[in-house]
Design a protein around this ligand. Structure first.
Ligand code: PLP
Length: 442
């Protein structure tokens, strides 16, 4: 072992210095950048990963919720190895694509047809384009603070703050990436999660210019609040009454049940975006939904489709083989186990908050949870948004957990995989308990 994270003598520190010479910021994904430097992983197995210095961590992030069986799952490995021998990418269709499509359509009643792509970002973008083509309208409504990937329109108001977010009843549309087209503020309207009146009003006002309302059933950046029944009903009724679509982002929440969160919460969407777990650990995305709408991707007898779509690696056989192997392993028992593990973590955390005297709380469902360093009731983004002190506290929390062999996101989001044992849960809670003691002592 060369050194523990975050010692400057560690191999991770050395790799980071090397990376910064050729990669802006040292990594292609800003999400792996933690201070003072990223952890460089050598390998993962089950619920644990080992870094290049030989330090082990219980993985409570799981590649931002894309790993569900566990790292290096043997079934996925076998399926991928077998396909590797036959070739990795072709300019031909393969049967694997049909098999995965059939499996997903059989699991979720709203999936009459499905098309694959390469990421959740691409799936959400394609879903918005499909809704626009189907309705022949350009505008969308999205939820303040909700993350849907990096397409400009889907990013609107992702980072709103008190200086620019406007009133709760009528949140401002705030572009996220610098230089995003100004027209975006005309084309995207923003609502607060669980705000029934605000949603109904916005949908009615945008009216016959509205293509779709985009919503995530349990948005992580909004704090993973429980979606309220009246909000779901309002979105479905109001979109129908103006002839717009309800489009659901289940990129993360598809891991909550065999048919996704929409089989728990009655959204009845027209289209759904998927990604993450359905690729079994390989890059993937998909758009699924009502046949009538999905037909925008159909090129009729040589004509161009209303929404042309391609992608060099779309539905590549490695991703399809891995996705199939993974989804086949995910039977009902798997989701019950994930629910149990998630419950153990959430109730264990609540006990620790009380015993350590910290005014913290935890939200989430199934294998997903989010820790908040405050007790404000959380219904929407503004309730959950961290002050700068709270952000720093969560980063400190992440660091202290790393030192205690737990890898956890820097903003409080946690995610468990199926390989997580009861002993692992104990390890997590013991590490959190020690971390709390260190925080209280400070
Ligand atoms: C809810 C949601 N939608 C879309 C995306 C984008 O997916 P990807 O990172 O595969 O582009 C993410 C990624 O974290 C997400 O959490």
């Amino acid at each position: 072992m060369s050194g523990s994270y975050p010692e400057s003598s560690s191999k991770s520190a050395e790799l980071y210095n090397r990376a910064r010479r050729v990669i802006p910021d040292g990594a292609s994904r800003s999400t792996v950048l933690i201070k003072p430097h990223p952890v460089y992983v050598a390998e993962g197995e089950g619920a644990w990963v080992t870094d290049v210095d030989g330090n082990r961590y219980l993985d409570c992030n799981n590649n931002f919720t894309s790993i569900i069986l566990g790292h290096a799952d043997p079934q996925v490995e076998r399926a991928v190895q077998a396909q590797m021998k036959k070739g990795t990418a072709f300019s031909f269709a393969t049967e694997l694509e049909i098999e995965l499509a059939e499996l997903l359509c059989a699991r979720t009643p709203s999936f009459e047809k499905i098309r694959f792509c390469n990421s959740g970002t691409e799936a959400v973008m394609g879903m918005i384009k499909a809704a626009r083509a189907f309705t022949n309208r350009a505008k969308i409504i999205k939820v303040e603070g909700s993350y849907h990937g990096t397409y400009d329109h889907a990013e609107a108001s992702l980072g709103s703050d008190p200086s620019n977010w406007g009133s709760v009843a009528r949140p401002e549309t705030v572009p996220y990436a610098q230089g995003a087209p100004k027209s975006l503020t005309e084309e995207v309207r923003v609502i607060s999660f669980n705000d029934v009146e605000g949603a109904r009003k916005a949908i009615a006002e945008v009216g016959d210019e509205l293509a779709a309302v985009l919503v995530d059933p349990m948005p992580s950046r909004v704090g993973m609040p429980q979606v309220e029944q009246e909000f779901i009903v309002a979105l479905r009724e109001a979109t129908r009454s103006v002839g717009a679509l309800l489009i659901l982002d289940e990129v993360i929440t598809y891991r909550l049940a065999s048919g996704g969160a929409q089989t728990i919460y009655p959204f009845d969407p027209d289209l759904t975006a998927l990604a993450k777990i359905i690729g079994g650990g390989f890059p993937v995305g998909a758009i699924a939904g009502r046949e009538e709408v999905m037909n925008v991707f159909t090129a009729m007898q040589g004509d161009r489709a209303a929404v042309p779509s391609g992608g060099t690696y779309t539905a590549n056989p490695i991703t399809m083989a891995a996705g199939l192997a993974c989804m086949k392993e995910l039977q009902k028992g798997a989701f019950s186990r994930l629910e149990i593990v998630g419950q153990m973590i959430r109730s264990g955390l609540r006990e620790l908050f009380d015993s350590s005297g910290l005014d913290w709380q935890v939200t989430g469902a199934g294998s997903l949870f989010r820790i908040h360093p405050h007790r404000r009731p959380i219904r929407s983004y503004r309730d959950a948004m961290h002050s700068s002190d709270e952000s720093q506290l969560m980063l400190d929390f992440q660091q202290l957990l790393l030192e205690r062999e737990v890898y956890f996101s820097g903003y409080g989001m946690g995610c468990l995989n199926l390989a997580t044992s009861d002993l692992d849960v104990e390890h997590f809670l013991t590490s959190v308990n020690d971390t709390f003691k260190a925080i209280v002592a400070k």
